[in-house]
Structures are given as structure tokens and as C-alpha cells.
Design a binder for this molecule. Structure first.
Ligand code: NAD
Length: 437
């Protein structure tokens, strides 16, 4: 099938590359000329494991190309995916649909022959119907259906998630559109990925409900972790004991510095707004948003307390600033709250992150970027683990302690055991467990 993918960000690019790997003929479109130039040279503008090789393979096979010319890509396509950003609108928490509607208008003008216009971006309930209205108004002759196909991939494991999804959700209203969507995803039948066909509104709601639920699960265990610290319980043991219950499950039960990233913060806010607009308040989700904000600030206090309350003119090494490992994405990362607060308290902050520097340099002014964790910790009064990159999982803690002026470690991802930290001579705090030293 011929596919046009509008938007070559984390979702559009991964989806486009994976659809081409399924054997479809995919043209990826972006308004960002620099991105298209990079992709045409075979360079991937984001860090996503495995993506560059899969892209090269499918370009070489003649199934994948990149262009800034939306009209040419759309004209020959049987399915046009809209995978542009839907960031939080400034001021009110709503999803900003400017890019989606602009893409819909452009697509409308270029349609030829029966086409399914598929929204892959995360969009509030009612958006697909509005996309249909925009297209019909802009091009009354157009022969098209809309479909809602929210994406559930995780950055850092995006290709595997796309190729082996827990499920594919498709909101459609016509048998014709359903057939096209079924044909697009047919290669996944062999892997027995369940296809969940619904109406447009349900598909849109599934995405927000799923993300809000996951954000709630993380926030729940973070609150339990805070209580564990007060009562002498160990949150890792508590998570394990809870997670083995099949009704609960062990995923997203790792306590940490608060959720971040390109999806949970904006999608929880958007869902809260949708609830308010429909006089059906999402009180749990609203509380989750507030608790998560407080969580990030509490992490600053944890680090300051570890350092005896004063960090002015002292060196602090921060390990990891991306919102999770294996991505260069810095959007709404907890580091964007925690690091500026440490800088604001007068600390000299040195940052080590395997992929975060390119995005992070503009977002974290006043820090020094370094490559080696031991060098960054040299002369420091504390090291802080914010992101559990593999590079930080097997540090020589005795060497780290030896390099520091005052050996302290704030392990906000619970990578190390308090016993190992104590053996290395570190004063150690983590989340949801007793401090040592
Ligand atoms: P992104 O910001 O990385 O990429 C969006 C791209 O769209 C940019 O390259 C931009 O230049 C391009 N664009 C904007 N308007 C355009 C237009 N009119 N024509 C062509 N290109 C245009 O965004 P993302 O992280 O890929 O997210 C896209 C959508 O997918 C969002 O709604 C997001 O919520 C959703 N989503 C994201 C993830 C994730 O992990 N990032 C996961 C699931 C769903």
C-alpha cells in the first residue's frame, strides 16, 4: 500500500520506517526542511536505538523516502497519517491542535482517489470528527474517510513496540476504512497483535485513559515510596510484593523522581481539561498532576538535605537528564525542575548524559557538560542519579566516593543497594528506602 506520513518526529518517523519494513511504500513528510535534508542523507535526527539501520534498509529497498512536498506524497497515497505534535497549549492545559488542523487542511487540498486520513497524534475526543469536517469543507469533492489510530510506542524501545504491540487501536466508521487499516497492519496478525476496532471517540479516549492510568500508577508508587521512608519500609520490596498480583502487574511500579517526557505530562493535563469542559471532572488525574509536580520539588529537598542544607559554591554531579534512558528527549523531564533548582541554590552543577546534551544545552543553562561520571564527581559534595542509563548502572562506587570532596550519592532511581553504597563509604539516599551513612 502507499502511505504518506505527515510529521517525522519520534512517532511519525518510527511509524513510517516500520510501515515500510512491513512492505508498504512510505513517503515521510515534514515542514522542517533541515530534518528532511538530514533524513535524505540517511541521518536520523533523534536518538532511537535501531532506527538508523532500519531506515537505511528500507531506503535501499526503495520503499521509504522523505520529502517536504506534502501534496506529492498525499496525491498517490491510500492512507495518509497525521503524526504531528500536539503539545500543551500555553495557558490552559488543552492539547494544541494547530498542527493537526493545519496538516488536515493541506492534506485536503492534495487528496486524489479514495484515501483514509488517519490521525496518529494523541488528540482530544472530537478531533477526528473535526478533521473530517475540515477536509470536507476544504475539498468537497474529496473521497475519504477518517480513522483514529493512536500510538502507544515508548521512546527508547519504539521499534519493538511498533512491531510487537500489545494491541493496535483503530477507530473507524466505515467498512472501507476498516479494510484499509486492516491491510496496513496485516503483518502484525502473524504476531497475533490484537486489533481493537472502535468508534472514533472511543479510540481517542483509549489513548488518554491509558496514559493517565500509567501516570497514576507511577505517581501512586511514588507516594507509597515517600510513606515507606517515614515508616521504615522498603519500596522495592513493596513494589515486588504488589506487582506479583496479576491484577496489579509489576510494570510502572518503580519509584523515582516523578514522571516526565513528551506524553504523560501533556496528556494528563489535556485529559483534565477535557473533563472540565464536559463538567465531568477528572479528579484523580488532577491530583496525579499536582502530586507529580510536588514530587519533583521534593527531590530537590532530598538532595539539599543530603548535603546538609547548603550547596552554594559546591560542586554537584548529575548523572542523566533525559526523562528516561535510551532517548535524547528532554521534554518535561524531571531534570528540568531539579537541575535549575540546584543551580538556583548556588551549586556548580556538572551534568553527564549519553544523549541529552544536544537538546539539554539550551534547556539547562549554567551547567557544565562532561562525558565521564568520575571526572564530573571529582571534588563534588554529591552525585545525583536522575536517569537510569546503563552507563550509570555499574559505577565503581568506591572510585566515585574516592573522587568526591564529600562522598554522597542521591540515587533517585534506586539503582544501587544501600549496602553497596555504605561499603563504598558513601552517604546515600534513594527513594522509598532508609538512608545510610
Ligand atoms: P515531534 O514533535 O517529535 O514531531 C512532530 C513533527 O511534526 C515535527 O518534526 C514537525 O516539524 C512536524 N510537523 C508539524 N506540522 C507539520 C505539517 N503541517 N506538515 C508536516 N510536518 C509537520 O512529536 P512526537 O513526539 O513524534 O509526537 C507526535 C504525536 O504522537 C503527539 O500527538 C504525541 O502525543 C503522540 N505520541 C508521542 C509518543 C512519543 O513517545 N513521543 C508516543 C505516543 C504518541
Amino acid at each position: 500500500m502507499r502511505v504518506a506520513m505527515i510529521g517525522t518526529g519520534y512517532v511519525g518517523l518510527v511509524s513510517g520506517v516500520c510501515f515500510s519494513d512491513f512492505g508498504h511504500d512510505v513517503t515521510c513528510v515534514d515542514t522542517n526542511a533541515e530534518k528532511i535534508a538530514q533524513l535524505t542523507r540517511g541521518e536520523v535526527p533523534i536518538f532511537e536505538p535501531g532506527l538508523e539501520a532500519l531506515l537505511a534498509k528500507n531506503v535501499a529497498a526503495g520503499r521509504l523516502s522523505f520529502t517536504g512536498d506534502l501534496a506529492s506524497a498525499v496525491a498517490g497515497a491510500e492512507a495518509v497519517f497525521i503524526a504531528v505534535g500536539t503539545p500543551t497549549r500555553r495557558g490552559d492545559g488543552h492539547a494544541d491542535l494547530t498542527y493537526v488542523y493545519a496538516a488536515a487542511r493541506e492534506v485536503a487540498a492534495a487528496l486524489s482517489g479514495y484515501t483514509v486520513v488517519v490521525t496518529k497524534s494523541t488528540v482530544p475526543v472530537g478531533t477526528n470528527r473535526e478533521v473530517a469536517r475540515i477536509i470536507a469543507e476544504a475539498n468537497p469533492e474529496a473521497d475519504f474517510d477518517v480513522a483514529s489510530n493512536p500510538e502507544f510506542l515508548r521512546e527508547g524501545a519504539a521499534i519493538d513496540d511498533f512491531m510487537r504491540p500489545d494491541r493496535v487501536v483503530v477507530g473507524v466508521e466505515s467498512a472501507r476504512a476498516r479494510e484499509v487499516m486492516g491491510a496496513l497492519y496485516r503483518p502484525l496478525y502473524l504476531r497475533e497483535a490484537p486489533m481493537v476496532y472502535t468508534g472514533l471517540e472511543s479510540a481517542e479516549m483509549i489513548k488518554y485513559a491509558a496514559n493517565a492510568f500509567l501516570a497514576t500508577k507511577i505517581t501512586f508508587i511514588n507516594e507509597i515510596a515517600a510513606l515507606c521512608e517515614k515508616v521504615g519500609a522498603d519500596v522495592k520490596a513493596v513494589s515486588k510484593g504488589m506487582g506479583l498480583d496479576g491484577r496489579i502487574g509489576n510494570k510502572f511500579l518503580h519509584a523515582g523522581p516523578g514522571y516526565g517526557g513528551s506524553c504523560f505530562p501533556k496528556d494528563t493535563k489535556a485529559l483534565a481539561r477535557i473533563g472540565q469542559d464536559h463538567a465531568s471532572p477528572m479528579e484523580i488525574v488532577e491530583t496525579v498532576i499536582a502530586v507529580n509536580e510536588a514530587r519533583k520539588r521534593a527531590m530537590v529537598d532530598k538532595v539539599l538535605d543530603l548535603c546538609g542544607g547548603r550547596v552554594a559554591n559546591k560542586v554537584i554531579a548529575v548523572f542523566g537528564v533525559t526523562f528516561k534512558p535510551n532517548t535524547d528527549d528532554m521534554r518535561d523531564s524531571p531534570s528540568l525542575t531539579i537541575v535549575p533548582a540546584l543551580v538556583g541554590a548556588g551549586a556548580t552543577v556538572r551534568v553527564v548524559d549519553p544523549e541529552g546534551r544536544k537538546e539539554g544545552e539550551a534547556l539547562l543553562p549554567g551547567v557544565t557538560w562532561m562525558d565521564d561520571p568520575y571526572e564530573a564527581a571529582s571534588g563534588a559534595v554529591a552525585a545525583v542519579i536522575l536517569t537510569e542509563w546503563n552507563e550509570f548502572r555499574a559505577l565503581d562506587l568506591a572510585r566515585l566516593a574516592g573522587a568526591m570532596a564529600e562522598p554522597r550519592l542521591a540515587d533517585l532511581r534506586n539503582i544501587y543497594s544501600p549496602e553497596d553504597a555504605a561499603r563504598a563509604g558513601l552517604s546515600y539516599v534513594s527513594v522509598g528506602r532508609a538512608p545510610v551513612g
